[in-house]
Design a protein around this ligand. Structure first.
Ligand code: PEP
Ligand code: MN
Length: 267
């Protein structure tokens, strides 16, 4: 079944990876970059198993002001070393337009976090850049508001937008968020943007991340972004939802089988 969905999607080039074509992309790495060892071990581990891009937070928007806020500029040297060693591209969140100059040379794609989906000044600034933007859905945003937020970026001239469903806040509290796979199918059909899914924040429970990654592939997403940590119990943020390197390896074995059945390569 060659779906109409894939035909509507305009692929976006992220470093040397094309997202939104026939292939399924796996972006993986820690929630936050915490140390050179932690980032290097995670990066090498996930790339060896088939991830094609790395994730890693530099500035973290935390609910509690006294929680770990990310290493900030202290992580720049770590990132340069690890990217040089691995030749991989990085996706990382920009939380403030004043970070643009320092972040630009480090990333292959800017990430806009859920809390900033409505930050229109940030979106306009990203619209003036010549690098792709991963636009996460606000946790209380309608699909329509999410698509209108994407237009703030494209209107400035930057068409390289990838949407990311990361779970929404509903009446249900059993899981951290409710991963809205309806929205994934809907925006795949109704928008030109590639769509990826973040099952880590979407469900917030380590053991449920892989099943929701599989569901994302089945529903037609163009990829997933997942949190991985070599020692989740020591993570400074979101350890409860981080896959170990072993969990990630097992997820990739299954994911490759599912992609095979869907006749889609890993990209
Ligand atoms: C993240 O991916 O690092 C993150 C903070 O996610 P979200 O913005 O979706 O909460
Ligand atoms: Mn996180």
């Amino acid at each position: 079944m060659e779906t109409q969905l894939l035909k509507n999607t305009r692929p976006v080039q992220v470093g040397n990876v094309s997202i939104g074509g026939p292939g399924f992309c796996v972006i993986a790495g820690p929630c936050s970059i915490e140390s050179e060892d932690q980032f290097r071990t995670t990066a090498k581990g996930v790339l060896a198993e088939g991830a094609s891009l790395l994730r890693g937070g530099i500035w973290k928007l935390r609910t509690r002001a006294d929680a770990f806020q990310g290493l900030g500029p202290e992580s720049f040297g770590i990132i340069k070393n690890v990217l040089l060693e691995t030749s991989a591209g990085l996706v990382s969140e920009i939380t403030d337009p004043r970070q643009m100059d320092s972040l630009y040379p480090l990333v292959s794609m800017f990430q806009v976090g859920s809390r900033n989906m409505h930050n229109y000044e940030l979106l306009k600034e990203l619209g003036k850049q010549d690098k792709p933007v991963l636009l996460k859905r606000g946790f209380a945003a309608l699909v329509d508001e999410w698509l209108k937020a994407a237009e703030y970026i494209t209107k400035q001239g930057n068409d390289s937008v990838i949407l990311c469903e990361r779970g929404i806040r509903t009446f249900e509290t059993a899981t951290r968020n409710t991963l809205d796979l309806n929205a994934v199918a809907f925006v795949k059909e109704r928008s030109p943007f590639p769509v990826i899914v973040d099952p880590s924040h979407g469900v917030g429970i380590r053991s449920l991340v892989a099943p929701l990654a599989f569901a994302s592939a089945a529903v037609g997403a163009d990829g997933v972004i997942v949190e991985v940590h070599p020692e989740p119990e020591k993570a400074l943020s979101d350890g409860f939802q981080a896959l170990t390197l072993n969990d990630f390896r097992q997820m990739m074995v299954q994911l490759k089988k599912i992609l095979g059945a869907l006749d889609r390569p890993l990209t």
